[in-house]
Design a protein around this ligand. Structure first.
Ligand code: SF4
Length: 253
C-alpha cells in the first residue's frame, strides 16, 4: 500500500493537532490573565476538554505513524487512532483545503490508512460473512438488466465488471450486492448484516461508508472512472480478490 498517500492524512492530522494546541495556548493565556472567578472556572473546564483532545491527538497521530512504519499496532492504540481520525477528519479537510490539498487526496489517504488498519487487525471471517458492496455505476448504462434488484439478473456478457465480480463472489463463496447509491448501500449492509465488507466506490462514497460502518471492518477498493464520475466505471478485479483474501487468509491463521 502506498505510504506517500497515507502520509497526507497523517501530516494534516498533525497540523490539526497543532491548531488544537494553539487554541489551548490562547485559552491558557486568557485564564491566567482573568480575574473573574466564574470566567476562570469556565475556561478551566474548556481547557480540560482541550487537554484531553490534545492527548488523544498525540496518541492518535503516534498510533498512525507507528502503524505506517511497522504495519502493526495494539488494539487499544488502533482504537485511539481511529477515534482521532474521526474527530480530526472535518478539521483535516478544512486545513487541507487551506493548504491546497484536495478533498479527494485526503479521502484517498484516509481509505488507504483504513485498509492498512483493517488488514493489521487480522480478523477471521467465513466466506458467508463477507459482503462485496459494489456501486451501480459499474454497470453499462445501456444494459437493460435490473442488477440492483438482484445481481443474478446480470447476463454475464462481460461488457462491464459485474460479470467478473459475480465470478469472484461465486469462486470465494461470498455475497455480492449492487447498490444504486450511498443510502441504499447502507440499507443493504443493514439487511445482510455482514461481519466484513469489501466496498467498491469512489473516494467520497468510500470515505463516508467507512465512517458510517463503525463496527464492521471494511476494505475499500476505489473504482476507476475513465468516462468521468458515476458513468460506466470499472474496477480492478485483482484488487477485489486481494481484499477478500485479506479477510479469508486471516481465517486460516
Ligand atoms: S456484464 Fe453485461 S449483462 Fe451483466 S451488468 Fe454488465 S453489461 Fe449488463
Amino acid at each position: 500500500m502506498n505510504k506517500g498517500k497515507k502520509r497526507i492524512f497523517i501530516i494534516l492530522g498533525l497540523v490539526t493537532a497543532l491548531v488544537y494546541a494553539a487554541i489551548f495556548g490562547v485559552l491558557w493565556l486568557l485564564v491566567s490573565s482573568s480575574s473573574d472567578f466564574i470566567r476562570q472556572i469556565t475556561l478551566i473546564a474548556l481547557m480540560s476538554v482541550f487537554v484531553l483532545l490534545l492527548l488523544g491527538a498525540v496518541l492518535g497521530v503516534g498510533g498512525l505513524v507507528f502503524g505506517l512504519l511497522w504495519g502493526k499496532e495494539s488494539k487499544q492504540i488502533q482504537k485511539i487512532s481511529r477515534s482521532f481520525m474521526e474527530i480530526s477528519y472535518p478539521g483535516v479537510v478544512r486545513i487541507g483545503k487551506f493548504l491546497g490539498v484536495t478533498q479527494e487526496e485526503i479521502q484517498d489517504s484516509y481509505i488507504k490508512i483504513n485498509n492498512q488498519m483493517t488488514v493489521a487487525r487480522g480478523q477471521h471471517f467465513a466466506p458467508s460473512e463477507i459482503l462485496i458492496l459494489a456501486p451501480h455505476c459499474l454497470q453499462k448504462t445501456d444494459c437493460p438488466h435490473k442488477i440492483t434488484i438482484d445481481v443474478q439478473n446480470c447476463h454475464r456478457c462481460g461488457r462491464c465488471s459485474v460479470s467478473g465480480l459475480l465470478k469472484i463472489a461465486e469462486e470465494n463463496g461470498v455475497k455480492l450486492v449492487v447498490a444504486s447509491g450511498g443510502t441504499f448501500a447502507r440499507k443493504l449492509a443493514k439487511e445482510f448484516q455482514p461481519k466484513a465488507i469489501v466496498a467498491i466506490a469512489c473516494e467520497r462514497d468510500l470515505t463516508s461508508g467507512i465512517r458510517d460502518m463503525k463496527n464492521i471492518p471494511v476494505v475499500g477498493v476505489l473504482n476507476e472512472r475513465p468516462n468521468g464520475p458515476c458513468y460506466n466505471t470499472t474496477v480492478q478485479l485483482c484488487k477485489v480478490q486481494q481484499a477478500i483474501n485479506y479477510f479469508l487468509q486471516a481465517e486460516e491463521d
